[in-house]
Design a binder for this molecule. Structure first.
Ligand code: MBD
Ligand code: FE
Length: 289
């Protein structure tokens, strides 16, 4: 984990279409039954969404040139596989807000497009699978999983996935080992876990795809602050999907995916042995509904 080894150039050579194709395939593989909404519900939601867009057209006096630009852009979103990216960046935060509004335990936030189920299982204390010369600052991420009353959760699982020190995710950028910086860690019988990893870098939405094209055309920025993704669960309790963030990241205040919450900010310290950083974050799980 030396920080002066030459970085693999291959992961940065990936394209938006490659990442998009991976995210689209991942989504289709995970999708269970098709929609179960009633005819009434579909008519209500589709009707309101279409009316909202018509309102924009009429109020903004959208031209044929603009309409055709929209058509070709939407076609490109599909061709580059970027529907998961587009939806998760600009809409999922509201879906998550609705889904978790009744929870009392730890805050959740969006899953995003780069989760892969069934990552390698390890018992705590664990070291995420990483390259021999994995670049980046070593990070010990530790904590405890309890219920909302603080009772330790035996058999808790902490699934973690993250970008590397260049901001790339394994299985969505070329050249990275399959499970690089992804793992499922089983907490001890008091719900405690210790996970050795490296600090992720901020993530930039691919600039060469449809989403990047929109960001550029609108003069927005393409960044998400550095983050760890997590799914934390325990028997008899609701799984929480969340992310944790690093204080001082310039994009904590303007995440393009609107997924930062103050409760999700980590508190980092230097390790006493000089081996990088350490942070403690405890999760409280809601009982099953
Ligand atoms: C990410 O890493 C991410 O977490 C989200 C939500 C969207 C794009 C890339
Ligand atoms: Fe992410």
């Amino acid at each position: 984990m030396s920080t002066d080894s030459p970085l693999s150039p291959s992961e940065a050579a990936g394209t938006a279409a490659e990442a998009g194709a991976g995210a689209t395939a991942r989504f289709l593989a995970a999708r269970t039954a098709s929609a179960t909404s009633s005819q009434e519900r579909v008519a209500q939601l589709a009707g309101r969404a279409i009316r909202a867009l018509n309102d924009v057209i009429l109020e903004e006096k959208v031209t044929y040139d603009e309409y055709n630009a929209l058509k070709s852009w939407l076609i490109t979103v599909g061709e580059t596989g970027e529907w998961p990216l587009f939806l998760d960046v600009w809409l999922e935060h509201s879906i998550e807000e609705v889904a978790n509004e009744d929870r009392h335990g730890s805050k959740g936030t969006i899953e995003g497009p780069y989760y892969v189920p069934d990552s390698p299982i390890q018992k705590s204390p664990a070291t995420l699978s990483m390259r021999d010369d994995e670049p980046g600052t070593p990070l010990l991420f530790q904590g405890q999983v309890t219920d909302v009353e603080g009772t330790p959760m035996e058999g808790a699982r902490v699934e973690i996935w993250q970008a590397d020190d260049l901001g790339f995710y394994s299985q969505f950028a070329p050249g990275l080992p399959e499970w690089n910086l992804r793992g499922t860690v089983i907490a001890d019988d008091t719900g405690h876990f210790e996970i050795n990893t490296v600090q992720p870098a901020p993530y930039q939405i691919p600039t060469d795809g449809a989403c990047g094209q929109l960001i550029k055309a609108a003069g927005w920025h393409a960044w998400r602050p550095a983050h760890l993704h997590l799914k934390v669960s325990a028997p008899g309790h609701q799984l929480i999907t969340t992310q944790l963030y690093f204080p001082g990241d310039p994009h904590n205040a303007d995440d393009i995916a609107s997924a930062v919450k103050p409760e999700l900010m980590l508190d980092l310290a230097d390790r006493k042995d000089g081996q990088g950083r350490v942070t403690t974050y405890d999760f409280r799980l809601d009982p099953e509904a």
